[in-house]
Design a protein around this ligand. Structure first.
Ligand code: SAH
Length: 248
C-alpha cells in the first residue's frame, strides 16, 4: 500500500514572503509537491526542499489557466500517490481563492486535508497603505466584494444599493476593470460621491503604490493601474498614517 498522502491548503499572503505564517512556511519546507499559481508568493518556494516538485497550474500547457476540475484532480492524484501536497495561493485560500472547492474535492476523495489560513490582501493591502478597514468612530465593519463582474451583469449577485447603505467600509477585489461601474452603482445607491476612496496596487511588493481620491474620482484617477489591486471605499480611506510605499 502507498503511504498516506495529504493536501495542505496554504495561504501565501499578499506577496511578500515575510507575510506567510510560520505554519505555512513549515508546510512549504516539508512538501513533496507544491501546486502554485499566478498570485502565490513564488519567493517562498526558496524554502522548499531541493527535490520538491513545483506544479504551476497557471503555466500548464494547453491554456493560461488550468480548469478548477483539473486542479482538483492534480491535488487528489498527487496525494493518492502518497505525497504531501501544498496548495499555495495568494492571500487566503478561502477569500476568492477556490479553497472551498479544493477542500471539498479532497474530502470527497478521502484525502487527509489541512487548512493554513493566510493574510488576505483584502485587509493587508489597505493596512500596508496605513488604512485600517475598521476604525472606532468611523465604521463598525467592512464588506469585501468581488468586482470580477460589474453591477448589472447577469452573474452579479451583489446588491449595490444595500452595500451603499451598509455603513461599512467597502473593499473591492478583482475590481480594476470594473471600478468605474462599481463606483457609479454605489453613488446611485446613495453613497456620497465625496466619500474617501483609495486603491492599493501590488500590496507588500517593492512595486506597491497607493492612490487616494474619492468615490466620484477614484476610477478615473486609477485608470492606468494594473492588477493586482484592492480598492477601499469609506471614511477610513482618508486615514494616512503611513507614507505611501510603506511595506512590511
Ligand atoms: N485569495 C486572495 C484573493 C484572490 S482574488 C487573497 O485573499 O488576497 C485576486 C485579487 O486579490 C486581485 O485581483 C486583487 O484585488 C487582490 N490582490 C491579491 N494580491 C494583492 C496585492 N499584493 N495587492 C493588492 N491586491 C491584491
Amino acid at each position: 500500500m502507498l503511504g498516506t498522502g495529504s493536501v495542505t491548503l496554504v495561504g501565501g499572503g499578499p506577496g511578500d514572503p515575510g507575510l506567510i505564517t510560520v505554519a505555512g512556511r513549515a508546510a512549504i519546507e516539508t512538501a513533496d509537491v507544491i501546486v502554485t499559481d499566478r498570485l502565490a508568493p513564488l519567493a517562498a518556494l526558496a524554502w522548499a526542499r531541493p527535490d520538491v516538485e513545483v506544479v504551476d497550474v497557471a503555466k500548464i500547457p494547453g491554456g493560461r489557466s488550468t480548469s478548477q476540475a483539473d486542479i482538483n484532480q492534480i491535488l487528489v492524484e498527487q496525494a493518492k500517490s502518497g505525497r504531501h501536497v501544498v496548495r499555495l495561493k495568494g492571500g487566503d485560500n478561502f477569500v476568492f481563492g477556490r479553497g472551498g472547492e479544493e477542500l471539498l474535492a479532497c474530502h470527497d476523495a478521502g484525502i487527509q486535508t489541512r487548512v493554513i489560513p493566510g493574510v488576505t490582501s483584502a485587509i493587508a493591502a489597505p493596512a500596508l497603505a496605513g488604512i485600517p478597514v475598521t476604525h472606532r468612530g468611523l465604521t463598525q465593519g467592512f464588506t469585501v466584494v468581488s468586482g470580477h463582474v460589474p453591477p448589472g451583469h447577469p452573474e452579479s449577485t451583489i446588491d449595490y444599493a444595500a452595500l451603499a447603505a451598509s455603513g461599512t467600509t467597502i473593499v473591492v477585489l478583482m475590481g480594476v476593470r470594473t471600478l468605474g461601474a462599481i463606483c457609479a452603482a454605489l453613488v446611485s445607491g446613495g453613497l456620497p460621491a465625496d466619500t474617501p476612496a483609495a486603491v492599493v496596487a501590488d500590496g507588500s511588493l517593492p512595486s506597491q503604490h497607493v492612490v487616494r481620491a474619492t468615490l466620484g474620482t477614484i476610477a478615473d484617477t486609477t485608470a492606468g493601474i494594473k492588477p493586482p489591486a484592492v480598492a477601499v471605499i469609506g471614511d477610513v480611506a482618508q486615514i494616512a498614517g503611513l507614507t505611501d510605499g510603506h511595506r512590511a
